[in-house]
Design a binder for this molecule. Structure first.
Ligand SMILES: Cc1cc2nc3c(=O)[nH]c(=O)nc-3n(C[C@H](O)[C@H](O)[C@H](O)COP(=O)(O)OP(=O)(O)OC[C@H]3O[C@@H](n4cnc5c(N)ncnc54)[C@H](O)[C@@H]3O)c2cc1C
Length: 294
């Protein structure tokens, strides 16, 4: 199929983009890398009357690394973030997640903001944002700027808190200070580069004795939104991540998931997969050589 007719404007500035979104309301959509929106339009699952191209907006691009947080412009290409060694040290789980997103070719065009705004429940970047409790920065002509934690951003499959007149401008990622940070991202897909049937992510900070000082963990592809489990992560603190502890936490997380069934896998298989992947991720991060310091 071909897309329904639409108009196209290349925004000259963030203000220009926000003006266009305010003027056209729900009829307009930002286009970033186009890796999800264009296929959706070709299948007529999306029929925006106007595409507002945000690709040339320098204000929405780049990585700024501070001691406590990293701010990444929403239109920053996934591949640019993936290849940023300093970002890798500051937010290890983000880099680990990026490596699983589609293919190098799609990451060359796809943006961080596009993936988060698209909010596919199986997508890797929403899971990393939920696990690390990233902050999403939104702007609109009428409302100015507002900031939302990931927990309030993902509402349902392909549905976020982004209003019709809003543009996601940046994502703030917490930096875990100090040494001993390691992470793991695990997923199973039918073919490499496909969306995951289930995925698991964790970031762990260990002390000099190898005990867990801080942890964050979650599951993707097994509910309408990515799932983070701060209470289960807290259970790891002060403890060594043994096979038994990893199994206990992973099985409890998977029991809370609400997976769906489709032609690739039924709900119970996805739940089982989620438990296996999270246990594996916890053991891997719990034993992995850790970052010296951010
Ligand atoms: C072959 C193939 C394989 C893929 N595999 C994966 C995969 O394994 N995992 C995965 O996560 N993704 C995958 N994708 C999807 C994709 O690559 C992107 O990661 C992402 O979903 C879209 O990013 P984008 O910048 O291209 O956004 P676009 O397609 O331009 O936009 C997506 C949606 O977000 C909105 N949007 C974009 N930017 C903003 C903004 N700044 N503010 C508000 N709304 C905005 C758009 O209006 C649209 O609704 C795949 C795509 C292809 C073609």
């Amino acid at each position: 199929m071909k897309a329904a007719p639409f108009a196209y404007v290349r925004a000259e500035s963030l203000d220009h983009a926000l003006d266009l979104l305010a003027e056209h309301g729900g009829e307009a959509k930002p286009i970033a890398g186009g890796q999800s929106l264009v296929p959706m339009m070709a299948m007529r699952l999306a029929r925006p009357a106007l595409l507002v191209d945000i690709n040339r907006l320098g204000a929405l691009k780049g990585v700024a690394i501070g001691p406590r947080r990293v701010v990444i412009g929403a239109a920053t290409r996934q591949r640019d973030a993936e290849q940023d060694a300093a970002l890798h040290r500051a937010v290890p789980l983000l880099r680990a997640a990026l490596a699983w997103v589609g293919h190098v070719q799609t990451r060359n065009r796809g943006t961080l903001g596009g993936s988060l705004a698209h909010a596919d429940p199986s997508a890797e970047l929403p899971l990393a944002a939920a696990v690390l409790d990233a902050t999403l920065v939104l702007a609109s002509r009428a409302g100015g700027e507002r900031r939302l934690p990931a927990a309030g951003f993902f509402l349902a499959p392909m549905t976020t808190a982004v209003g019709e007149e809003e543009c996601l401008t940046a994502i703030e990622w917490p930096v875990w200070e100090g040494p001993g940070v390691a992470c793991a991202f695990e997923e199973v897909a039918i073919r490499h580069g496909d969306f995951a049937m289930a995925s698991a992510a964790c970031q762990i900070q260990r002390d000099a004795e190898g005990l867990c000082r801080r942890a964050a963990l979650g599951l993707g592809g097994v509910a309408g939104t990515p799932l983070a489990f701060p209470d289960l992560a807290a259970r790891l603190e002060g403890r060594r991540i043994t096979e038994a502890l990893a199994r206990e936490v992973a099985e409890e997380a998977a029991a809370r998931a609400e997976p769906g069934s489709d032609t690739h896998a039924d709900a119970e298989y996805r739940r089982h997969l989620a438990a296996v992947l999270l246990r594996r991720a916890l053991l891997r991060a719990g034993a992995a050589p850790a970052r010296a310091a951010a």
